[in-house]
Design a protein around this ligand. Structure first.
Ligand SMILES: [Zn+2]
Length: 258
């Protein structure tokens, strides 16, 4: 399996998963032309689209793409129904010949029906788990998102995380602000800047590295938890700490609370 990043829109990634005999699947489709061009350049045949969630920057290329490749669209059973031809529930497995098996995990928080796709050695996490961050809580609760990320953390450490946006450098600025004593964050900031200077994506990234640098996977580490509790002004539970961390980052980013 070979996985290609196709940058679309401002900072989205469409992922092309290439299997044997030039068969491929496409994860999310925020825009069609760059993806069609990449498929042409690589000489791939398309088997399926895997959709993580309903937001326009993940779906608005589907119609134009399917005008040329009328392939099945696997996606949430509870959202994006305008596009989804094959709805999936938590735990469903898609078998794509020559490409592989993909388990759909319901990972709500960013949206209520958000799916992540898990395959051997790789996880396509959409807007649930970002490198050094997580999606904003547009529809779900802190408890939902914490459970979704805790579930991701059960994957093997060697799993490569393929997320929906290039947000890593921004996320790391907050990660270092929240956890200034963590040397792994400073190291990753250097690595991401080097990749950016070469025009390379910061992702995929190994889960082991995320567990060392992503504050949203680290709310139970004592120093970060202490810092979150200083922000919140009191001792709090895991779910409250997760929610407080999300609010802290939104404030840091200058975003309105939601
Ligand atoms: Zn989204």
């Amino acid at each position: 399996m070979q996985i290609h990043a196709v940058p679309v829109l401002n900072d989205n990634y469409v992922w092309l998963i290439e299997g044997e005999q030039r068969q491929c699947a496409v994860v999310d489709l925020g825009d069609a032309p760059p993806v069609l061009a990449a498929i042409d350049a690589l000489g791939l045949s398309v088997q399926a689209i895997l959709l993580t969630h309903h937001h326009a920057d993940h779906t608005q290329g589907i119609a134009a793409f399917r005008a040329r490749y009328p392939v099945p669209v696997y996606g949430p059973a509870t959202e994006a129904q305008r596009w989804v031809t094959h709805p999936l529930a938590d735990g469903d497995v898609i078998n794509l010949p020559q490409i592989g098996a993909f388990a759909a995990w319901l990972t709500p928080g960013h949206t209520l029906g958000h799916l992540s796709y898990i395959t051997d050695g790789a996880a396509f996490t959409g807007d649930t788990l970002f490198s050094a961050g997580c999606g904003r809580l547009f529809e779900g609760t802190a408890a939902m998102m914490l459970a979704s990320l805790d579930r991701m953390a059960t994957l093997p450490d060697t799993t490569q995380i393929y997320c929906g946006h290039e947000y890593t450098a921004d996320n790391l600025r907050f990660a270092l602000f929240a956890e200034p004593e963590n040397p792994a964050i400073a190291e990753r900031i250097r690595a991401v800047a080097e990749a950016a200077a070469l025009g390379q994506p910061s992702v995929p990234v190994g889960l082991a590295e995320e567990l060392q640098t992503n504050p949203f996977l680290r709310i139970r580490t004592p120093l970060l938890r202490q810092a979150i509790e200083v922000f919140a002004g009191k001792k709090i539970s895991d779910v409250e700490a997760f929610g407080a961390l999300r609010r802290w980052k939104d404030e840091f980013d200058g975003l309105s609370p939601l």
